[in-house]
Design a protein around this ligand. Structure first.
Ligand code: ADP
Ligand code: ASP
Ligand code: MG
Length: 410
């Protein structure tokens, strides 16, 4: 069982979580619980590190110490939940990442789990104790605390479920995965089932209900995964939630399953590039060396002979660094101008039915045109189409697409 930040936001909610855990124990199950920090806590901790680091540009990286700070929120909720369970007569103890251990790599701030030896946790569970695990954190092979990227408690939970051979229930503030973010479109519908592949696209394209890496792990290790609401009492009709499963296990096939959006985008435009082999390799090589993740890329011929224009997107946080890297390579590449625009958003439609149906892109472009939304960049894969638009039109675009594919009438 995993409980996110809003589900453990205060003691009253932690008590409700304890009642839900207790109900599982009473039903005869062994339970490992993963908790997030109280909602807002991680943002507050990140802001502290920004302020502590802001005065020191050019000094060596303190990403390892960033992790020490931001991992602390989960320690608090794990202790509070273990305490609350004990007070209810349920044997429980808290576990930090390093105590299990959850072994993770040293890419601080976006670390990946390498291994979870199940012996210690397994022994505690066999002894009848509920294991309350601090999400989001692991430990590197040389003993430093590492965090798994924002939203990483989902990944902690799936990885622990995989290590223990257990199913994983993600309890959150919505009662499942919806056709789009219910905060933006009140007509969004809960999906009874969604395939791993579609969920993976939805997550990586911005639907933050599950961290992308958690879906990858669930798919790779065949972890039965469910998303459900924590805002219920034990015994109340729990709601069905959403089951994330193999495509073959979904009877009702849809062409488009969902609409996702991300405001965490910045577009970088390069004008007047020489149009010859090796240019892209130089630009994206330099960005990759600096660990800047590039998403959409388009290149087109310019009007002037032998020159091209190129646009690509990166995460907002990386935009300034990306521009500096490109500028540093200017003497070598030789382009005329570089511009950055971080007032953009990416809106995507996702569905496995796109593999076999035509006209999905047409409906998307038509729906956006009818609302007067201009498309800046388009990218497609087998099961998704994404467009980059002016950020001001995000909600309008999401709602228009949600209606255009009939998702409000599922
Ligand atoms: P937690 O703190 O439990 O991890 P998150 O805030 O990380 O919760 O994720 C849940 C939120 O994800 C919901 O409140 C909702 O606004 C958002 N969300 C975005 N897209 C979707 C979607 N397609 N279905 C459900 N929720 C979504
Ligand atoms: N507390 C962490 C975050 O806010 C991890 C999580 O909630 O999943 O990113
Ligand atoms: Mg989350």
């Amino acid at each position: 069982m995993k409980f996110g930040g809003t589900s453990v936001a205060d003691l009253e909610r932690i008590r409700r979580v304890a009642r839900l855990v207790n109900a599982e124990v009473q039903a005869g199950h062994q339970v490992a619980v993963v908790v997030s920090a109280m909602s807002g806590k991680t943002n507050e901790l990140v802001a502290w590190t920004d302020r502590a680091g802001a005065a020191a540009p050019g000094l060596p990286s303190s990403d390892d110490e960033y992790d020490v700070v931001v991992a602390s929120g989960e320690q608090v909720t794990a202790g509070l939940l273990a305490m609350t369970l004990r007070n209810m007569g349920v044997p429980a103890r808290s576990w930090m990442g390093w105590q299990i251990p959850i072994i993770a790599d040293d890419a601080h701030g976006r670390s990946r789990i390498d291994d979870i030896p199940p012996e210690k946790l397994g022994a505690a569970l066999d002894a009848g104790q509920v294991a309350v695990i601090a999400g989001f954190q692991g430990v590197t092979r040389d003993g430093r605390i590492a965090t798994l990227g924002r939203g990483g408690s989902d990944t902690s939970a799936v990885a622990i479920a995989a290590a223990l051979g257990a199913p994983c229930d993600i309890y959150t503030d919505v009662d499942g995965v919806y056709t789009t973010d219910p905060r933006i479109e009140s007509k969004a519908r809960r999906l009874a089932r969604i395939s791993y592949e579609e969920m993976l696209e939805m997550a990586s394209l911005g639907a933050k209900v599950l961290q992308t890496r958690s879906v990858e792990l669930a798919m790779a290790y065949k972890v039965p995964l469910r998303v459900l609401s924590s805002f219920v009492e034990p015994g109340e009709a729990p709601g069905q939630g959403t089951i994330v499963c193999d495509e073959e296990d979904i009877v009702e096939k849809r062409i488009v399953s969902g609409v996702a959006y991300s405001r965490d985008e910045a577009k970088i435009s390069l004008f007047g590039l020489p149009d010859h082999p090796g240019v892209s390799s130089t630009i994206f090589g330099a960005l990759a060396d600096a660990n800047v993740n590039v998403d959409m890329i388009v290149q087109s011929k310019a009007r002037t002979a032998d020159t091209a224009n190129m646009e690509f997107t990166v995460g907002k946080r990386d935009a300034q660094r990306a521009v500096e890297i490109v500028r540093a390579a200017q003497p070598q590449i030789g382009f005329e101008d570089v511009q950055v625009n971080d007032d953009v958003a990416k809106v995507s439609v996702i569905g496995v039915g796109m593999r076999s149906h035509t006209g999905v892109a047409k409906s998307m472009f038509q729906a956006l045109a009818e609302k007067g939304v201009n498309i800046q960049v388009i990218s497609t894969s087998e099961i998704k189409i994404s467009v980059l638009i002016d950020a001001a039109y995000t909600e309008l675009a999401v709602r228009a697409l949600h209606a255009a594919y009939g998702l409000d009438q599922l």
